[in-house]
Design a protein around this ligand. Structure first.
Ligand SMILES: [Zn+2]
Length: 249
């Protein structure tokens, strides 16, 4: 008999790849999967073999991004003439020089007299190479990248993608203003923020209050109040506009 299996991001990813809502690895989970835009919400309740012992529900999200294919990786590094490498060190990201495009320049560290950098360049075949270099912090010190060298050695590099979670704190009022509503022709309300801009498919409409507002505790009652307040403001504005026009006559 196995213990209840707690969900980990790796196991949840495995479940998604399994393509069904039934996950067994000796025990059972009760998953609940839904989507909002490109975000897949996954809630997992792990249950024991007796179907009664449960662990607390755990929430996960899968964010779906399109990825560009990984570029080819060269088998070996390259040696560039130091003056070409130096020019590349001063070239903006995205710009090319002598058949090499600067892909990234990262500031690694700054010591008393020098700054240290990581430079990634790409050849016309799409292979990427990286090298570290240092340069003097002032003109006075006159230490340019690869100063005194005749060649600069670049190593073959491979692109690694990482995804980071970052959080920001937004007032509830700002959230409500952001997730604005509009009326559908055949009745009902949709979120203008969550609904894709150029949609023709009514199924793409995200109904308002949308999941983000629901998560912020917006109830049906509050939603009705928000709609009433907006309608009252619109009526008031057109009344004033009409008065203004009448006054101008
Ligand atoms: Zn919304």
């Amino acid at each position: 008999m196995n213990a209840i299996t707690p969900p980990t991001p790796e196991r949840v990813a495995d479940l998604l790849a399994g393509g069904d809502n039934d996950y067994h690895d000796g025990n059972d989970w009760w998953p609940s999967i839904s989507t909002t835009g490109n975000v897949v919400d996954i809630a997992i309740t792990p249950v024991g073999e007796d179907y009664e012992t449960k662990l607390p529900k755990v929430h996960f999200q899968a964010h779906v991004f399109q990825v560009t294919p990984a570029p080819p990786v060269a088998a070996e590094g390259v040696e560039l003439a130091a003056d070409i490498a130096r020019e590349l060190a001063y070239t903006s990201v995205g710009k090319a020089y002598e058949g090499w495009t600067v892909v990234e320049r990262e500031d690694i560290d700054t010591t008393r007299w020098k700054s240290h950098h990581w430079l990634v360049i790409r050849n016309e075949q799409g292979q990427h190479y990286g090298a570290n270099y240092s340069k003097g912090l002032t003109e006075y010190q006159d230490t340019r990248p690869w100063e005194g060298d005749t060649i600069a050695c670049f190593e073959a590099v491979s692109r690694q993608t990482t995804v980071v979670q970052s959080h920001s704190w937004v007032t509830r009022t700002a959230l409500i203003n952001l997730h604005d509503w509009d009326e559908l022709i055949f009745g009902g309300f949709y979120c203008t923020h969550c609904t894709p801009d150029d949609t023709d498919d009514p199924d793409d409409n995200v109904m308002w209050p949308c999941p983000s507002l629901r998560a912020a505790g917006v109830t049906d009652e509050e939603a009705i109040k928000l709609i009433a307040a907006r309608r009252a403001a619109v009526t008031e504005k057109s009344r004033r506009d009409a008065q203004g026009e009448a006054g101008a006559r």
